[in-house]
Design a protein around this ligand. Structure first.
Ligand code: GAL
Length: 695
């Protein structure tokens, strides 16, 4: 057996946060606030330009260089033959110009020789067509040969650079996405995952409801990965598909943990291990890893979508960093952006120029949300290949900073000035702490709802983000947390469309409210058990006592249909989703339906529980006005003051600094004390503007 051979790890069931891995912040001295870096691919350029480039990177103000991603062909030009002299030269140049290095494992792009001799190292799609060499992200992460090669290259890199003083840390792979893999290796790994989970085939048949359409299995060997491409999304078993998502996410996490464990045997304790998930990661679940120090995300807010107001198409989608910065903080407690769009990209529906200031605003947004590192893809715009139209921070001439590059330089200069103003030990102002909010969210609910949306108007990904935006409009500090987190830290906990639940979780929610918390639960919560089955009981049975009402039925309208709602004397409209509620005796009805045949039925209810309260919002509206007003009543009723920031104005507090960004198309005048000390920007935030101040 090859010395790198590893068994396929089949125990993929263990998931959840590793509490021990919450210490990612130790790698980032607080006084540095945020550290910046840039992706550099020396293998794309003539060696005689390397020194010029590295010197330029340092001169622009970057603090680290990101190296070796996708460079497998150069580090292992033939099977088992490793060459690092070229990388050593680049490392020496980085040291010469005082730049740290973030090393990246190259597993996302395999060399041509591997495909010739080991074609099984690639994923297969749902038609059993095997992927091939020539692009990236298509390795079959459960294939033993691929795993052997990854172990080998990661080991060689770790031995060579694991004790290197200049290496601050490692990024694993690239944008892990738990790709569906229908290859023979994956079929076998999936069956093994099922054996571990269900133990008996009877248990699987019950969980999958396999009596339906003669799906019944006599043994695990008969099971295949449910093939969405062949059968169609509506005709497949949702429980089997949910397990396939879980298996794929577990396999992805286990692959990252396997790389991390390989590195750990060689690298210094001063080097961190992370990976870079996409901001909108619908397959990979960062919370399932337990050997990484923290998770980072990649942010490409502008891919040619409309966004807020007439300038929105240049400013980008304000929700991207907003959500990712909070969500990825769950792992290791660090927020960091590994790639940030430096200008127009090549893959948007169209790729306009960014409004001047936009890249800087995105950078400040990541900083505001607690970011400890901000890196950008990429240094030089490449003159050839698939991404030749993609901006870099340097133009195709190789030497001139692009507009995004200029903005990076400005940001780095300003951060260096802010570091001088940093005072350790600042605590969050009481007005902000009084608004502290958590949003409970997990990918499993995304998977199950998105498969059975019931109405195309349901926007599964953005539904929790709508509540994040509402809480931010109040100026609240908001965390996006897993259900295992301690809720007692938060005055308000929002549970948006948490479809799969169990009685233990509902008990936890109930205790939170009894102890003085304000719980807000929305439609589509606890309607299914953890396998995605309905309860053999009333609708949403586990929460009916909790919310003090029964969900009697659900309605939805066409997109032009107009459902009306009355709350006090205020009128609202809806057409996406409406739960018709029957409140208990002691439950207050906050809003009722005001048309349709069920006019007068309750839509939003609230009741007191112990020292706190529980509100159930049974409606999803397009403009969110109803939800906004309901939440406003809850916050003010609980004694919290609120701001009223318009869409796209986000204000944060971190390390003693207030930071505001403007994604809207209008000027916004910040309401701040006359004594406030403005450090960056102006009181009137222009579109794409930023403001940093202390009070
Ligand atoms: C990212 C990816 C990078 C680069 C970039 C282009 O998603 O991680 O490698 O391809 O997109 O925008």
């Amino acid at each position: 057996m090859n010395k790198y051979a590893i068994p396929i790890i089949i125990t993929l069931l263990i998931s959840g946060l590793n509490a021990a891995a919450q210490g990612g912040n130790r790698f980032f001295p607080e006084k540095d606030l945020i550290t910046t870096g840039i992706y550099y691919y020396p293998e794309h350029w003539n060696e005689n330009q390397w020194e010029r480039d590295i010197k330029k990177i340092a001169g622009m103000g970057y603090e680290f260089v990101h190296l070796a991603e996708f460079a497998w062909f150069k580090m292992e030009p033939e099977e088992g033959k490793f060459e690092f002299d070229w990388l050593d030269k680049v490392m020496a140049l980085c040291a010469k110009y005082n730049l740290k290095v973030m090393m990246c494992t190259p597993s996302a792009a395999t060399p041509a020789w591997m495909r010739v001799k080991y074609p099984e190292t690639f994923v297969m799609d749902g038609h059993y067509i095997r992927a091939e060499h020539g692009t990236r992200g298509l390795g079959s992460i459960v294939n033993p040969a691929y795993r052997r090669f990854v172990a080998a290259i990661v080991t060689e890199m770790a031995k060579r650079y694991g004790q290197h003083k200049n290496v601050i840390g490692w990024q694993l792979d690239n944008e892990p996405d738990a790709k569906p893999d229908y290859s023979p290796s994956s079929q076998e790994a999936f069956r093994q995952w099922l054996r571990n989970k269900y133990k008996t085939i009877e248990a699987l048949n019950a969980a999958w409801g396999a009596a339906f359409w003669s799906q019944w299995y006599d043994s695990f060997d008969q099971v295949i990965i449910p093939n969405t491409n062949l059968v169609g999304w509506w005709g497949n078993n949702p429980h089997a598909l949910l397990d396939f998502k879980r298996y794929s996410a577990d396999a992805q996490a286990e692959f990252l943990d396997f790389q991390a464990a390989t590195l750990r045997s060689y690298i210094s304790k001063e080097q961190f291990i992370t990976t870079n998930y996409t901001a909108v990661s619908t397959g990979a679940d960062p919370r399932r890893t337990n050997k990484l120090d923290f998770a980072t995300y990649t942010a490409y807010p502008n891919g040619g979508t409309n966004n807020i107001g007439e300038l929105g198409f240049r400013l980008g989608n304000s929700k991207v960093i907003l959500f990712a910065a909070e969500y990825y903080k769950n792992v290791g407690g660090v927020s960091g952006v590994m790639e940030i769009q430096p200008g127009p990209v090549n893959w948007g529906s169209y790729n306009p120029l960014l409004l001047p200031g936009t890249v800087r605003m995105w950078l400040y947004h990541t900083f505001a949300a607690g970011g400890k590192l901000a890196s950008s893809y990429r240094f030089r715009q490449i003159n050839y290949s698939a991404e030749q139209y993609h901006a870099g921070v340097i133009l195709p001439d190789g030497v001139t900073p692009s507009p995004g590059g200029e903005e990076y330089m400005q940001f780095m200069k300003e951060i260096k000035a802010l570091r001088k103003q940093y005072k350790p030990g600042a605590t969050m102002p009481a007005t902000l702490a009084a608004r502290s909010t958590a949003i409970l969210w997990n990918l499993e609910n995304y998977w199950t709802i998105d498969r059975q949306k019931q109405t195309w108007q349901w926007d599964t990904w953005n539904y929790p983000i709508k509540f994040l935006e509402i809480a931010k409009s109040f100026g609240a500090p908001v965390d996006v947390i897993p259900e295992t987190a301690d809720l007692s830290k938060y005055r308000f906990v929002i549970v948006p469309a948490y479809e799969m639940a169990d009685s233990a979780l509902v008990k936890k929610w109930s205790e939170y409210a009894a102890n003085g918390g304000h719980l807000i639960i929305t439609c589509r919560t606890a309607t299914k058990d953890r396998m995605g089955h309905f309860w053999e009981a009333e609708w949403a049975a586990p929460i009916s006592t909790l919310i003090g009402a029964q969900v009697k039925a659900t309605d939805m309208l066409s997109n032009s249909g107009k459902g009306e709602i009355l709350m006090g004397s205020a009128h609202y409209s809806w057409n996406n989703w409406a739960d018709l509620l029957a409140p208990d005796k002691n439950t207050e009805t906050l809003a009722v339906f005001d048309n349709q045949f069920y006019k007068g039925k309750a839509a939003v209810v609230k009741h007191k529980v112990g020292k706190g309260s529980i509100t159930y919002i049974g409606v999803d509206t397009d403009d969110s006005k109803l939800e906004q007003d309901v939440l406003h009543g809850i916050y003010t009723g609980a004694g919290a003051t609120t701001e009223n920031y318009p869409p796209g104005i986000y204000v944060y507090w971190r390390d003693g600094f207030y930071v505001a960004v403007n994604y809207s198309s209008d000027n916004y005048t910040m309401n701040m004390p006359a004594t406030a000390n403005i450090m960056v920007g102006e009181k009137i935030l222009q579109p794409g503007g930023v403001l940093v101040w202390t009070e």
